[in-house]
Design a protein around this ligand. Structure first.
Ligand code: AHR
Length: 520
C-alpha cells in the first residue's frame, strides 16, 4: 500500500499528486449482520432553537405549520425516513419535570433552561407534542428520564402516563385529550450521569439505574427497551462498572462521542474557517471512534458473550465553536462539506459493528451542533449532513457486506490544536457496502482528499449485477455550506463516473466527494 506521509506543517507546502488509487474487495459471502435502521436515529433537545423555532412554532405562528410543527421541516424530515427521535435531552433531561409540560398551554409553568444559556421556556412543547410529532414522522420515540433531579415516582408515572390504557395516569392523559396510549419502546434512564446528569460515580449510578428501572413498568402490551446512561469517549471504567453491576437489567448501554479540532481551552475550532491540517485532524478524531468503540465493545463482550445488551451511540457528531453573533449556550453551528465527511465516515464505521451497535443518534436534528436542518424565521436550509443521511438511508435494514479497502493515508500532527502532542493517520478513502432485501447493492464511497481524484477499483466477487447508477455530493471548497441566501450550494447531483465490467466496478471519484452507487 502506498503511503503519503505529510505532517500538518508541511501539508500546504508539498505538491499534491493529481491522482491516487484505491481498491475495494467486497465479501458477499461474509454478509450476515443487518444494519439496524435505528443507527440513523436523531436527537432533539430543548437547547437553543432546536425545538422552539426549529421543529415547533405553535399553532398561531405565521410560519406554515401543522398543529404547531413547521411544515417545511416536517416534509424534509419525512423524506429522511427517521427511525427514532431522542428527547428531551441531553443535559436538559435531568432537569425536566414532565408534568410541567402537559395540560392547557396557558396553565403550564415557565422554566429556566439552566444548561443552555438560561433561556426561559414556556413548556408549550411537552409529552403530547413530542409523541404526536413522532407519529407524524413515523418514527419511534426515545424518551430520556430525569434521574439527576427527578424522583422515582415521577419516572414511574411518566411511563404510565404515556403507555397505560387505564389507571390514574391514563385518566389524566385522556383529560388532556389523548384517549389511546402511545407506543414508547426506548427509554433512557438518565443522561451523562457522570456529568450534567448528576456528577455520579459509576457505582452509585449503577445502583440508581437498578432502582429507577424497576418502576418503569410495561403497560397494556407496551414493551420497553431500557437504556442505561453510558460513558463518554475514553471512560472505559464506566462501561466496566455498569456491565459488572447492572448486566441484564439493561437492554442497552449508551456511549457519547463528539468530533472537534481541539477540546482544551476556549475553542473547539471554527465550523467554517479551518485549514487543511485542521480538516484532516478532525477526520482523524472522527475515525478514532472506531478504536474507542472496539474497547467499549471488548468490555461488553467480557460480560455478555451473546451480545444481548446493545451498545447505543446516542450522541455523536461534530461540536464546533458557536457561530459568531448567535446566542451563547445555544450551540448553533454551520455545517460544511467537512461535516458531511464526518457523517459519512462515522456511518461507515457504525455499519461494521452492527452485531453490537443497535442504535445511534446524531446530535442534533435542527439548529444545534451537527444538524440536519437550519432555520431562521420562515426560512429553512438542508445541511450537507442532511444530504449524507438522505444518500445513506438505503442502507437501513440492509445486510452489511464486509470489504477490504486499500488506499493512501495522510499523517497529520497535532502541533497547534491545544491538544497533547500526537499524530493521526487518515485514510484517503472510506467505504461501506450493503445488500437490501431485494438483492440491490448499495455502495457508499468517500474520497476525503482535498486535491486528488481517486481511481477506485471495486471487486464485487461473484455478485451478479448488470446496471449501475450514482449520486455525488461535492463542492468547490471544503468549507462550502448552505446558507439562507444560498441554500443549494452543496447538494447531491447525478453521478456518471462509475463503469461496470465483468463484476468489477471502476469509479473515478473527484477530490472531496461522497458518492452513492446503486448496483443491480
Ligand atoms: O448535545 C449537547 C449536549 O452534549 C447534551 O445535552 C449532553 O448530553 C452532551 O454533553
Amino acid at each position: 500500500m502506498k503511503k503519503a506521509i505529510l505532517s500538518a506543517a508541511l501539508l500546504a507546502a508539498l505538491p499534491m499528486m493529481a491522482q491516487q488509487k484505491a481498491s475495494i474487495t467486497v465479501h458477499p459471502e461474509q454478509g450476515k449482520e443487518i444494519i439496524s435502521k435505528h443507527i440513523y436515529g436523531q436527537f432533539a433537545e430543548h437547547l437553543g432553537s432546536c425545538i422552539y423555532g426549529g421543529l415547533w412554532v405553535g399553532e398561531d405562528s405565521p410560519i406554515p405549520n401543522t398543529n404547531g410543527y413547521r411544515n417545511d421541516v416536517l416534509n424534509a424530515l419525512r423524506s429522511l425516513q427517521i427511525p427514532n427521535l431522542r428527547w428531551p435531552g441531553g443535559c436538559f433531561a435531568d432537569e425536566y419535570h414532565w408534568m410541567d409540560g402537559i395540560g392547557p398551554k396557558e396553565n403550564r409553568p415557565r422554566m429556566v433552561n439552566n444548561n443552555w444559556g438560561g433561556t426561559v421556556e414556556d413548556n408549550s412543547f411537552g409529552t403530547h407534542e413530542f409523541l404526536n410529532l413522532c407519529e407524524l414522522l413515523g418514527c419511534e420515540p426515545y424518551v430520556s428520564m430525569n434521574v439527576g433531579s427527578g424522583t422515582v415516582q415521577e419516572t414511574a408515572q411518566w411511563v404510565e402516563y404515556m403507555t397505560a390504557k387505564d389507571g390514574p395516569m391514563a385518566k389524566l392523559r385522556k383529560q388532556n385529550g389523548r384517549e389511546e396510549p402511545w407506543k414508547v419502546k426506548f427509554i433512557g434512564v438518565g443522561n451523562e450521569s457522570w456529568g450534567c446528569g448528576g456528577n455520579m460515580r459509576p457505582e452509585y449510578y449503577a445502583d440508581l439505574y437498578r432502582r429507577y428501572q424497576t418502576y418503569c413498568r410495561e403497560y397494556s402490551g407496551n414493551s420497553l427497551f431500557k437504556v442505561a446512561s453510558g460513558a463518554t469517549d475514553y471512560d472505559y471504567n464506566w462501561t466496566e462498572v455498569l456491565m459488572e453491576n447492572v448486566g441484564e437489567l439493561m437492554h442497552g448501554l449508551s456511549l457519547h462521542y463528539y468530533t472537534c479540532v481541539g477540546w482544551d481551552g476556549d475553542t473547539k475550532g471554527s465550523a467554517t474557517k479551518f485549514n487543511e491540517s485542521q480538516y484532516y485532524w478532525a477526520l482523524g478524531k472522527c475515525l478514532e471512534i472506531e478504536p474507542v468503540m472496539q474497547k467499549h465493545i471488548a468490555i461488553m463482550d467480557k460480560y455478555d458473550e451473546d451480545k444481548s445488551i446493545a451498545l447505543l451511540l446516542d450522541e455523536w457528531g461534530t461540536w464546533w465553536d458557536e457561530e459568531p453573533g448567535t446566542i451563547k449556550g445555544h450551540l448553533y453551528q454551520q455545517n460544511t462539506m467537512r461535516d458531511a465527511f464526518v457523517a459519512a465516515l462515522t456511518l461507515n464505521v457504525f455499519h461494521k459493528y452492527t452485531d453490537r451497535l443497535k442504535m445511534a443518534n446524531i446530535a442534533q436534528i435542527a439548529n444545534v451542533l451537527q444538524s440536519m436542518i437550519l432555520t431562521k424565521d420562515d426560512k429553512m436550509v438542508l445541511t450537507p449532513t442532511y444530504h449524507v443521511f438522505d444518500m445513506y438511508k438505503v442502507h437501513q435494514e440492509a445486510t452489511h457486506l464486509p470489504i477490504d479497502l486499500v488506499c493512501d493515508t495522510v499523517s497529520v500532527n497535532s502541533d497547534y490544536f491545544g491538544e497533547k502532542e500526537g499524530q493521526r493517520q487518515v485514510p484517503m478513502m472510506s467505504a461501506t457496502v450493503s445488500r437490501n432485501s431485494e438483492g440491490v447493492i448499495h455502495i457508499s464511497l468517500a474520497n476525503v482528499s482535498l486535491k486528488e481524484t481517486s481511481e477506485v477499483e471495486l471487486n464485487l466477487n461473484d455478485l451478479k449485477v448488470k446496471n449501475i447508477t450514482g449520486t455525488i455530493l461535492t463542492s468547490k471548497n471544503i468549507n462550502d455550506c448552505n446558507t439562507f441566501e444560498n441554500p443549494d450550494l452543496v447538494k447531491p447531483q447525478p453521478f456518471k463516473g462509475a463503469k461496470l465490467n465483468k463484476g468489477i466496478v471502476k469509479v473515478k471519484l473527484p477530490a472531496m466527494s461522497i458518492v452513492s452507487l446503486e448496483v443491480k
